[in-house]
Design a protein around this ligand. Sequence first.
Ligand code: GUN
Length: 290
Amino acid sequence: MILIKGNEVAEKVLAECKRDIAELSTLGKKPGLAVVLIGDDPASRAYVRSKDKKCHDLGLHSVKLELPADTTQADLLAVIAKLNADSTIHGILVQSPPPKHIDEAAIVLAIDPRKDVDGFHPVNVAKLALEDRSGFVPCTPAGCQRLLMDAGVETSGANVVVLGRSMIVGKPMALLLMAKGQGGDATVTVAHSRTKNLAEVTRHADIIIAAIGRPHFLKADMVREGAVVIDVGINRVDDPTTEKGYKIVGDVAFDEVAPKCKAITPVPGGVGPMTIAMLMANTIKACKQL
Ligand code: GUN
């Protein structure tokens, strides 16, 4: 069994980013990312902080906007409009999910698609479906694909089951894997909470992408011998034995699934660090294209 080390692959991506940043600086350009957080959800705050820190480590221009939970839709739209017009900002990310009173779809639509480093804007969703490489691919599925490629996992002709159909992971993941070319050309099945005989479906998979958001959901009897498993889950579960009172677990019951796998990602240290690395890469791409 091969443990796919996301930390190491992320470092490779970040080394590529550093080279690009140095090259851009000779042209007098510095990529800039704005991350907007509304409210004080602790997990979201932690993500936003780590994105901001990674920007600083790399020498990217970074703006972190922490807005109160009662920020209105109009105020948020005004913030987006300002960032769209700001020539020092090339990437804009609004941390999801926002508070309930915010219409997230309208916010995404307000972001200039050329600065939409999350790849959530309909223009970028369409470009992904059209296999137009000028668009932005959502960071988490892009990171999963890179992990597969880096581990030398053949996707061409492989049966891939994507567990989960979210706009952030499941849907774009399926589009990426079925696209023509390297890291694609797979036969993709998207399974979700309404899928019948789910274990039967996942047992036919050469590759399983678990992005269903339920701790330890994928069990050993759902995985065939020799499968490759990518665990996208980041679930907080209570654990009184830890200092924080919780621990982070994936969507895969790692201890029982790993022995059956040809390769598998751990949580933490798998997909997580890749997401941030791909965000940096998308911000650099935006800077180059703007
Ligand atoms: N929340 C969880 N993952 C993401 C992501 O990739 N982008 C944004 N904006 N919010 C998220």
